[in-house]
Design a protein. Sequence first.
Length: 510
Amino acid sequence: MVDSGANRVTVIATGEVQLQPSANGKSEEDRLRDEHEAMDLAADWSDISQGLRKDLGQQLHSQWIKPVQLGGFCKETGTLDLHLPTEFSANWVADRFSDRLSLAWKIARPDIRHVRISVQPGRRAPQGLRFGRDDSGRRGNGEAAAQPGDALGMSAAELGGLGPNGLGMASIGLDPSLTFATFVSGSANVLASNAAQRMAATETPQFAPLYLKAATGQGKTHLLHAIGHAYLLAHPRARIFYCSAERFMVEFVQALRQNQTIEFKTRLRGFDLLLVDDIQFIIGKASAQEELLYTIDALLAEGKRLVFAADRAPQALDGVEQRLLSRLSMGLVADIQPADIELRRTILEHRLQRFSPTHVPADVVEFLARTINRNVRELVGGLNKLIAYAQLTGQAVSLQLAEEQLTDILSANRRRITIDEIQRTVCQFYRVDRTEMSSKRRARAVVRPRQVAMYLAKVLTPRSYPEIGRKFGGRDHSTVIHAVRLIEDLRTRDADMDGDVRSLLRQLES
């Protein structure tokens, strides 16, 4: 017998070599197999990561994808774990890239059916980064593929007794952070908010179904999740089903292919609360529309509750048959308007309560509220990114840091600014006559404001150098290029000039 360290090699009379199990119960063969498996996963991840770098760009990839570490792979469940160093980064990647990562892994490795994104075991989130907890202290959705019952504290059996591949799994798909406690109400969404709370209350609502209409990122999905949580608190044994219209169609088509339509209908109509998001994606699917129509009729007849959400009103859903349109609009259609500046300020202040160790100056809050005005999701995402960057790099949150780190979000939210508007604003700022923008005067008090206006015209508008020159008294494009380069240089050397430009940018973008 020869002791080989981790394993013992026994040589028997026939000359055959047998590997004895090591202390951890694995033979040398198993260990080698595990090592090869890990190497294969690492090679696949390298390919996937490089592909994502091309799709997302170097900056996004370096900040969010590059820190991802491979975790374990469970062959029985087909689940691969991906780890990130902080709870914030895990939540961010799970929210924005989980679908893309899952698809990439499924293409690379058919045996991988689920991708779970979570915090690196043994790592703690930095102090103050409590993105994954709502006001009640429950865990967030950093673990993208929670086990049955984890999200709501109930077993799959309690949630309808359905198997892991059935509709029952969708009923635990609620995000614990999206509750009424974390939803900020204002004049833009008060009707939808109050209607959603009524739908989740113990008493029977006066309207059914509830239809939430809002543009992307205005809070309709938040309200859907909040209804689910509140309804379960009021009805602990209730069975709920939350899904997107696309998920509804996929499962319906699978049931058709597997000749399980009866089981599909039975399961679907066994729920007490049906929550369907993005109903606009059911357009043109005649068979799915018909099944949804029958489901609505069946659930309403039994006094069940239904809530739908879409980015347009029922009457604006093209390709939907009239009978289904009438069902969707027969209850209450609650419109969520874009958040006004007061609501955006309130949302930011509410969100900042979760980052108590990090100080965010009032001028930064005001800048974000005024500048990021397209939707609430971008507003909150911008704040999250700014605070995370400050905490992870040790920098203080400032207006300059916000402008530097949120360039992509700020650019997307900038309204269309004209050169005439820029000239008017610059003239008011420097107190010069508007005619000086086109005049031939060379006095410094006139030339510098004119150069600043040219610089802002290049930064804030898509106009070319010749086009800008024509708006400034027919000047040559080389004059505009000189002005732009000069102001860029002055901003790096002259704090007063940099302050003037920042002030003008805020005025023009607000």
